[in-house]
Write a protein that binds this ligand. Sequence first.
Ligand SMILES: NC(=O)c1ccc[n+]([C@@H]2O[C@H](COP(=O)([O-])OP(=O)(O)OC[C@H]3O[C@@H](n4cnc5c(N)ncnc54)[C@H](O)[C@@H]3O)[C@@H](O)[C@H]2O)c1
Length: 285
Amino acid sequence: MEIKTVGVVGLGTMGAGIAQVCLQAGVDTIGRDLTDELGERGRATIDRYLSRAVEKGRLEPEDKDDALGRFALTTELADLAHCDLVIEAVLEELPLKRELFGELDGILGADAILATNTSALSVTEIATATNRPERVVGMHFFNPAPVLALVEIVRTAFTETAVFEAAYAFGERLGKQPIACSDTPGFVVNRILIPLLNDCVRVIDEARVSPEDVDRAMRFGTNWPIGPCALLDLIGIDVHVHASEALYDALREPRMAPPPRLVRMAQAGHLGRKSGKGFFEYPRT
Ligand SMILES: NC(=O)c1ccc[n+]([C@@H]2O[C@H](COP(=O)([O-])OP(=O)(O)OC[C@H]3O[C@@H](n4cnc5c(N)ncnc54)[C@H](O)[C@@H]3O)[C@@H](O)[C@H]2O)c1
């Protein structure tokens, strides 16, 4: 099953990163967002990252030009008709993803594979919006996609083995470290990380320890490269609260529920790095 052309739907944080990874692996990629402006914003993000890599001597200027030359933009879903694989990275909303998968099902060739980058929704529920659930997988990249090597390749009860293997092999072709897993809430990393980060936040209040000291505890006591509060600021407090709620809904385990402190931070707009303030302050440069 040869994958020559990839479609990426949604060119926000994850979609732009996934498209960049495909482009750098030499894959013709077509990105779809809702408006030309949103598409161009995605292209500008990729351009910025590649330019930085050139400045740092990690990428040859001609490789940057080649990568960007392989990228096409569209607002029309129908322009993805010739794609062998479409990776969806739109907002984390089940009705939106189901609608999109239903539309793509009617547009793509019969052999095409559909992948979702969902973090916490059921791949099965997304797959059943199509008439080809056997050709649907999860390809869960991590943020930032060009930097983090892991991609969780998620199979449902419907997924054909050949489809799963093609998605896994494509992950390897992208230079990633794929792992095989099943469609269970949070897959592997979020199933472990979300309750763990929630515990770290609860300790702040229970043990009356500062966020700085929780971070120092985990960095110097367990050799984490980054403290949990700094990591939450990087992930985005709103993104983490949303994922915690989804996991809590799915599993009903109290540790999955977002700690009230995080909910309040999200309500106050203290979302971490992206808002300039979370557990810590991030002066705008
Ligand atoms: N941000 C993360 O850390 C992270 C990590 C792994 C997975 N994910 C998952 O990736 C997905 C995308 O998250 P994100 O953080 O990139 O979101 P984002 O808000 O940055 O980007 C979403 C993009 O999708 C576009 N969009 C919305 N509806 C669309 C449609 N019908 N067609 C085309 N484009 C559409 C929006 O305009 C936006 O550009 C979510 O499912 C999320 O759970 C996110």
